[in-house]
Design a protein around this ligand. Structure first.
Ligand code: ADP
Ligand code: F6P
Length: 462
């Protein structure tokens, strides 16, 4: 078996019990299975350039290779082109794009820096798997430096339709760079279809089945929905976490139900809309007051980007307003926490919650939806309420699917979830767990690797 070398903007700390972000969790699960190298930014910013050699640290079967960025890289590449241009655009939020030409220079420069660092650790028989929107030009940078290994790319976030892509400065260059990979993976068929439209209509290439012919090369473009390690997550949920168990017992005695939301505090996650829908639930169904609470845990993320500062303020004001309006001396309707929770506590909280409320306005996949399902017991499962704009909705069809822009729809669906009879909950749970087991973390890794190493790809029924 060839050595697998993974590259992503950030490398997760695999020795820590708390991880936030689908990439960190998905790639972590995959690498723990197969072993290999994981190269990326160490999260540090320096005043001066350092030599390209990464710092090496071994954790079990994984070698982590990390590099710092300069303050200028951080501002132009990370905060700038990656998170103020590509992130909002790829999530269909043209209104939030904040572009300066320095950002594109920084994006190109840092992709070159990643290529230089990677060349210092690469071996001739390695296969390279690059992740996410920060590193779209990396294959092209590597080829320019003479790299001949097979290189794959997986996009964790949505790929927008051509009309939206057209708003990305130098979008033709960006998509041409994407085509320098040997395999390009997307979360959903919708994303794949958007790439097909772009390459056929804007670039004039033909996509036959899942192959795009470019001169004498062929690129595979496919749909590889990311999965989780279902058994490991279920086990964590079963083992429980002492504090969560005590809290669950208290709620049981009081006869109260819990709705849970867990996300990075990102404007794509639809958090204000979620809170408004919960407020609407309490308005439309007064009999539920004092019997249900919403727990929202939100991890800090990209706090130096203005749009994230705004969304945090909005969320805090909204949760305060709902509590001010409905709370009683012995009942707090919204429990809002700004922080990151260890995975075992998260799994136990999912299991202890009657509804998983996952309502992004746009999301590549959304692993929280899969984790919520994995955490349930079939004896008394909770109900997943899922936005139709999450990539996961292409697969998880037995969830209650909602429109996150429609508070009344969400409020009524929440009421339906909270009152659903056991038989129906079990039927839905069985179907959902079968789906996430079929396309789990191992399936994701193996299917992508088959395309990358063996040039084999059969479209999955996503
Ligand atoms: P994204 O990649 O956009 O952050 P996903 O839902 O795909 O969204 O992945 C988020 C991952 O991060 C999940 O594994 C989830 O459990 C974890 N996570 C999100 N928020 C928190 C939090 N507040 N505490 C702990 N883990 C979190
Ligand atoms: O795909 C989701 C993602 O953008 C990952 O690329 C990233 O690791 C994660 O969210 C967290 O974002 P950040 O690294 O900017 O904190």
């Amino acid at each position: 078996m060839n050595r697998l070398v993974i590259v992503s903007n950030r490398v997760a700390d695999l020795s820590s019990s708390a991880q936030a972000g689908g990439l960190a969790v998905g790639v972590g699960d995959a690498l723990r299975q197969r072993g290999g190298v994981w190269l990326g930014w160490d999260g540090q910013t320096l005043k001066y350039e350092e030599p390209p050699e990464p710092r090496i640290r071994k954790i079990g079967p994984v070698t982590q290779a990390t590099i710092p960025l300069t303050q200028q890289d951080y501002e132009e590449f990370y905060l700038g082109f990656s998170n103020s241009v590509l992130w909002p655009l790829f999530h269909y939020r043209l209104d939030l794009v904040d572009y300066k030409s320095d950002f594109l220079d920084g994006y190109r420069r840092v992709n070159g820096k990643f290529a230089d660092a990677l060349l210092t650790v690469l071996q001739p028989d390695d296969v390279i798997w690059i992740h996410d929107y920060h590193l779209i030009p990396l294959a092209s940078e590597l080829r320019q430096r003479g790299c001949t290994q097979r290189i794959g790319f997986f996009l964790h976030i949505p790929f927008p339709p051509p009309e939206i892509m057209a708003a990305v400065p130098k979008h033709r260059w960006l998509v041409e760079s994407l085509l320098d990979f040997d395999v390009i993976g997307f979360q959903t068929n919708t994303d794949l279809g958007n790439l097909q439209h772009y390459v056929e209509d804007q670039l004039g290439y033909q996509m036959n089945g899942n192959r795009i012919k470019i001169d004498d090369r062929e690129v595979i473009a496919g749909c590889f929905p990311i999965g989780i390690d279902v058994d490991a997550f279920n086990q964590m949920a079963q083992q429980g976490n002492e504090e969560v168990q005590i809290e669950m017992h208290r709620r049981r005695v009081l006869g109260r139900q819990q709705i849970i939301g867990v996300d990075r505090l990102d404007y794509t996650k639809g958090l204000p809309d979620r809170l408004r829908a919960f407020g609407r639930l309490l308005e439309l169904f007064p009999e539920l007051r004092k019997n249900v609470a919403l727990m929202q845990i939100a991890t800090p993320t990209r706090e130096e980007v203005e749009a994230y500062v705004e969304i945090r303020k909005e969320l805090e004001a909204l949760s305060g307003a709902i509590n001010g309006r409905f709370a009683d001396f012995n009942w707090t309707p919204v429990r809002y926490m700004y922080g990151t929770v260890p995975r075992d506590a998260l799994a136990a909280l999912f299991r202890a919650s009657q509804v998983g409320f996952v309502t992004p306005l746009r999301d590549g996949m959304n692993l929280v939806a899969k984790e919520y399902v994995a955490a349930q017991s079939i004896d008394n499962p909770g109900v997943l309420v899922l936005s139709k704009f999450a990539g996961a909705a292409e697969e998880l069809r037995e969830a209650l699917i909602v429109n996150p822009y429609d508070s009344d729809d969400m409020a009524r669906t929440l009421c339906h979830a909270l009152t659903m009879p056991l038989g129906e909950r079990q039927e839905r749970q069985q179907a959902l767990i079968d789906r996430i087991r079929k396309k789990d973390a191992r399936w994701w890794l193996n299917t992508f690797m088959d395309a990358l190493e063996n040039n084999q790809y059969t479209p999955a029924n996503c």
